[in-house]
Structure formats: C-alpha cells, structure tokens
Design a protein around this ligand. Structure first.
Ligand SMILES: [Zn+2]
Length: 153
C-alpha cells in the first residue's frame, strides 16, 4: 500500500479538526463514498463496504456516515419520501433527480448563484443553507446521438 493518499489526508485532517481519529471503518466508508458518486443510501453504502470489510455492521456504517457528515466531508441529501442519501461533492451544486431512473446527478452552479438566490429573501430571513433540486428526466442517449462523432472540444 502506498503512503497516505489525498483522500486519507483529507479524512485525517477533517477528523482531527473535530477531535476524532481515523478508523479503518471510517476510511473504508469514505473511500466507498468517493468511488461511485451516485448519491447512495446508507443501505447501498453498507452493501459496497461489506465487500471490502465483511465484518462491518449496518449500525457502524450509519455511525461512520454521521461522523463524515458532521466533519463536513460528505453531506446529506434528502428527497421527500425517500431515504437519506449521501453526497461527497462539497462544491456548491444543485441536484437533478431523474424521476424515471431514480438516479441523482450533480449540477455545477455558477459562482455567486446561491448568494444571488439568497437576495430574494425578505428582511429578517437568514438562510444557513439553500438547496436547489431539479426533477425531471434525462436523455443522454438522445443528446449524444445528435452530436457529431468527431466533434472538436
Ligand atoms: Zn450531490
């Protein structure tokens, strides 16, 4: 195994900022979160972690996810009526929830947009967070079909 990777450094720093230490369980849960950025539920994280660490329990996975959220390494995403999902993308972004497939995609936000959105709030309203969620369908196949095969980017 190589020396500490970037993700391990980030994990160690964030955990120690909160007075916590890195554990193999926290490490494997964080690694799984970074590997496939598809906004998994705790159950889905558990299933993925189990292949790397068969002895881990669902309760431990929940605890690790809570710890990572409280350290600011991942964030919770909630869609109404759905289970909590987890997202490792800490940059300001919106979510696009595909109603047909149930998948959730990150959409980058232009700089300053969130601040701009906050300006619509009346006097006395102080938002600590803003979430932008799009709902609809995606059609990547159709979009790529109309692109020239040898286009220049
Ligand atoms: Zn996200």
């Amino acid at each position: 195994m190589a020396t500490h990777t970037e993700f391990q450094e980030a994990l160690l720093h964030k955990l120690s900022d909160s007075g916590l230490r890195s554990t193999p369980q926290r490490e494997v849960v964080f690694k799984v979160m970074l590997q496939k950025r598809d906004h998994p539920t705790a159950d889905e994280v558990f299933a993925r972690v189990k292949s790397a660490m068969p002895s881990i329990s669902l309760a431990t996975v929940y605890n690790c996810l809570d710890t990572l959220v409280s350290c600011g390494l991942i964030r919770q995403v909630n869609f109404e009526r759905g289970p909590t999902r987890y997202c490792p993308n800490l940059h300001p972004h919106a979510h696009f929830h595909d109603l047909q497939t149930g998948s959730t995609h990150d959409i980058d936000l232009p700089p300053g947009l969130i601040d701009q959105v906050k300006t619509i709030l009346p006097e006395g309203y102080d938002a600590s967070s803003v979430e932008i969620i799009f709902r609809g369908k995606t059609s990547f196949a159709a979009a790529s079909a109309i692109l020239p095969a040898t286009g220049q980017n």
